[in-house]
Design a protein around this ligand. Sequence first.
Ligand code: ZN
Length: 180
Amino acid sequence: MDEHHGEDGLELPAADPQGRPYVGTARVTETTRQRLVSRTCGWCGETVPYTGKGRPPKYCSKAHRNRAWEVRSAAARLEADREAGAAAADGEPVREVIRETVTRTATRSARVEVPRPYPVERPARPGKAREVEEYLDQVAAAVRRGDIGHYDHRRLLRSVRAVLAAIDATYPGGLERLRG
Ligand SMILES: [Zn+2]
C-alpha cells in the first residue's frame, strides 16, 4: 500500500479502504483536548494531583489553604489601614530613633591634712633628757588642746607619777630637795 507523508509528518494511506486512490492533498484536522492533571499548591508549591472530579484543588492541604487565607486577609487589613492612614505606605523606610546617653565620671583626689596627735618627727629617746623634756612639753600642749581626752588623763597621770617617783627615788634628797 502506497503511503505518502503529509506536511505534518503523519503517515497517510494512498487509497481508501475500498482501494480507491486518494486525490489532492489530505486535509488534516487536529483537535486538542486538554485535561488538568495536577497543579501546584498556592502556598508551598508542591504538586497536587487532580483527579478530574470537582473543583481543582488550589492547595495541597487544609493547613496551607488557611495560611494563604491568613496572608490574604492580613494584606487586605494592611491595605485598609493604609487607605485610612493608620499604616505606613509600602516602601516607606522604617525609622529608628537612637538615644545616646553619655555618662561622664570625674574622679578627683584632694590632699587632706590629718593633724597628728603629737608633732613629733621621731620618738623621744628615754635616755636623752632634752628629747624627753621636749616630748613632755608637747604632751602638755596636746592635753591643753584637748587632743588627749579626759578619759585618758588617768593613765597619763599614772605615767607622770611614775616619772616623779623615779626622780624622787634617785635624786639626792628626793623631790623635796629638787623643788627647793
Ligand atoms: Zn502546600
